[in-house]
Design a protein around this ligand. Sequence first.
Ligand SMILES: Nc1ncnc2c1ncn2[C@@H]1O[C@H](COP(=O)(O)OP(=O)(O)OP(=O)(O)O)[C@@H](O)[C@H]1O
Ligand SMILES: [Mg+2]
Length: 374
Amino acid sequence: MKSSVSIYIGLMSGTSIDGIDGVLAQFSATGQPTIITSTSIALPESLRHELLALNQSGPDELVRAARAANSLAAHYAAACRHLLENTHLETNDINAIGAHGQTVRHNPGAGYTLQLNAPALLAELSGLNVIADFRTRDVAAGGQGAPLVPAFHATVFSHHKPRIVLNLGGMANISVLDPGEPVRGFDTGPANVLLDLWCERHTGQAYDKNGEWAASGTSCTGLLHHLMHSEPWFAAPPPKSTGRDLFNAAWLDERLRAWQSSHPAAKLDPADIQATLVELTAQSVADAIRQEAPDSEDILVCGGGAFNAGLMQALAKATGLPVVTTDAAGVPVQMVEALAFAWLAWAYDNNHPAGLPSVTGARKPTILGCLYKA
Ligand SMILES: Nc1ncnc2c1ncn2[C@@H]1O[C@H](COP(=O)(O)OP(=O)(O)OP(=O)(O)O)[C@@H](O)[C@H]1O
Ligand SMILES: [Mg+2]
């Protein structure tokens, strides 16, 4: 007889391309998780750069993509080994891995989304069942294929009052948890992607630790207004999702040039621009909540952006709501998305549709993922 308790691994490597987060968790018959152990592994600089480069067209990109996918799978397998070493569990105790892969293109409006992954190789290297390719079925059903996490957020963070769960990864996405209503959710715009690229360019650091560099600057209201209003994506209603396809260095540079040429007397330091980008994330989240979920009473934040103290303060100010991290609800911020992929694997195995029309705009609910047996 199939046991009602099951164990899944979730592996997440997100838009920021900062590394792999892994979680090993036990799930109850209703899909309630208990984290057993977790790990985070950095990607080698060369693979990080290659994955970043593969977000744009380039020479020999098919072969490079295939090689990068294999390399990513090897790192996923290493993450699984770390997780198993932390426990007394054997491979046959694990029902499956949920492995997101690395998004390198996301254009659901044109009918495609592409995550680099090598799930067959991961099954071979790990000796575990692998469930992968979580987005494409929803896109095939006319949906955004993103965000994938709201059904999971609803399972774990629902409350008796209307609440927002905000993931501050490369992009920002919210889940709207209204008691008694189907969960909604959508991307609100860029989060760490623009902060990281501007910080790396001007300080050489991969990210602005705790938001300290941004705090040394002053945000510019005029530039913020230009960034928000020159981009129609912000005002578009949900369902919507986005990625590096839109919010990237070219997007930022073009707007900075346009604004600077119409304000030649304005003198902005790089730190002032970083401070403005923090406000861009905070204001775009606040606008989305005002328009789509005005009754929300608090915000639970997860993702690496939760460590950015300046961003957390800007969010509290822009929304006027209490802003706390998911740690307060029992899940450490950096583990929420990886746990979501363990849950997505559980959902696949239990025929539970995690692709929801109320989130993605698809024609019908869909079971997400595809199984590669060990
Ligand atoms: N101490 C910190 N201070 C400021 N920012 C931080 C800190 N720690 C992490 N971050 C930010 O968090 C980012 C990583 O966040 P996370 O792993 O949630 O994003 P992701 O991998 O892109 O996931 P997603 O797919 O959800 O976009 C880093 O690139 C960095 O910008
Ligand atoms: Mg990450």
